[in-house]
Design a protein around this ligand. Sequence first.
Ligand code: DGL
Length: 271
Amino acid sequence: MDGRSIGIFDSGLGGLTTVAELRRLLAQEDIVYFGDTGRVPYGGRSRETIIKYARQDMAFLRTFDLKAVVIACGTASTTAMDVMEAEQDIPVIGVVEPAARAAARATRNGKIGLIATQASIRSGMYERRIMAENPAAAVLPQACPLFVPLVESGRIHPGDIVIETVVAEYLAPLKAAGVDTLLMGCTHYPLLTRVIAAFMGEGVTLINAGAEGAKAMAELLRARGGLTGESAPGQCRYFVSDSVDNFSALASLFLRENVTETVTQIDISVY
Ligand code: DGL
């Protein structure tokens, strides 16, 4: 048994998809979350910058006594995973492996749509992991650079003409190609699940990278005997690098609980 907290970081709100699933699976665990809201989005930045930011995010989280970390950011997972693993002395899980495995197993017609940030698509990491699992699969990649700013602005609801137009613009080619599985390879995108699912139609399975990362962490802790022995619900603390207001409002909406009292702003530049 291990009562230490689980660390989770993302460039902003997206990692809440991991928090939500982890709380569903392991409600007793304590979580420390960092969202780099002052520097979001990461997806259009260079590999060097993404690695620098991921290192700082990790350094901040490591000021807490952690037993493991989920990199709940597709972009940091595709681009900085090797560096993070090499530099840390606790288990670090990214979202790419678990999400790619889930997509490779879910497809029936072998056509998998992949939506992610520009940096993640450029890395080719999701495709490689999917092909390793299912060499017969055909992966159709599509970068969606407008999704993250729109999610961070709260434009996530069905009926919002802006998000519906952008979703249709990005996803029409994947729908026309007949994909039966859509891997949402950026952890922000599952906040758009209702809009994306409505556009793609019923026959398409959506894979939530953030949730798959949470499942992988739960499996890892179970296998190592690393779960907390507590029976009371775990505490969740949130830290952000910009004002707490926008994050608190959207996080409370998404997690369906008021998290305002547990959100703190920090200066990430000092890490
Ligand atoms: N949630 C991050 C991801 O999964 C968003 C990246 C960004 O900030 O552009 O890729």
